[in-house]
Design a protein around this ligand. Structure first.
Ligand code: SF4
Ligand code: SF4
Length: 152
């Protein structure tokens, strides 16, 4: 996949079709295999996943990520042809500053993660491609996207 998404592409129209950054991951440092097996058994989605046929990924001590699923404030509407997303906190005093500030392009470039291994930026690119393929006008304003646009 070609990554060509840029900062100016990050608009509310795109975010409403993406919401990749509303999927919540927590990092746990220095987990051992016994603890990872425990987490897997009680229902957490632990990354990296267990090796097929095994209870864990390896015997080493290392960091893991927990996939917590979508933010509880994300409203998901599934239509016949597309899924759309809306943040129930957007526009309220509870809207997190972190969400207001977030821009996946700037974030991934800053973290040297603007590549195909980055699920967030790949999902954003796919949402952008779908918008373009639908024949809709992509964002074409000279204004920098405001972070208030994130998943309204
Ligand atoms: S900021 Fe990026 S990752 Fe988040 S919803 Fe918008 S396009 Fe998707
Ligand atoms: S508060 Fe809203 S913008 Fe922030 S992660 Fe949750 S749904 Fe997404």
């Amino acid at each position: 996949m070609e990554l060509n998404i840029v900062h100016a592409d990050i608009t509310s129209e795109l975010c409403q079709r993406c919401a990749a950054c509303c999927r919540i991951y927590l990092t746990l440092a220095n987990t051992d295999s016994r603890y990872r097996k425990f987490l897997r058994t009680i229902g957490y989605s632990v990354l990296p996943p267990a090796v097929e046929g095994e209870q864990d990924c390896c015997d080493e001590i290392h960091d893991v990520r927990l996939d917590m699923g979508s933010c509880k404030h994300l409203e998901i509407t599934t239509g016949d042809e597309e899924t759309s997303y809306r943040c129930q906190l957007h526009g309220t005093s509870e809207f997190p500053q972190l969400c207001a500030d977030f821009d996946c392009v700037s974030w991934s470039k800053h973290n040297n993660a603007y590549n195909e291994d980055n699920h967030t930026i790949v999902t954003a690119q796919m949402a952008l491609d779908a918008l373009r393929n639908a024949g809709e006008e992509g964002p074409d304003n000279g204004d920098a996207a405001t972070n208030e646009d994130a998943v309204p």
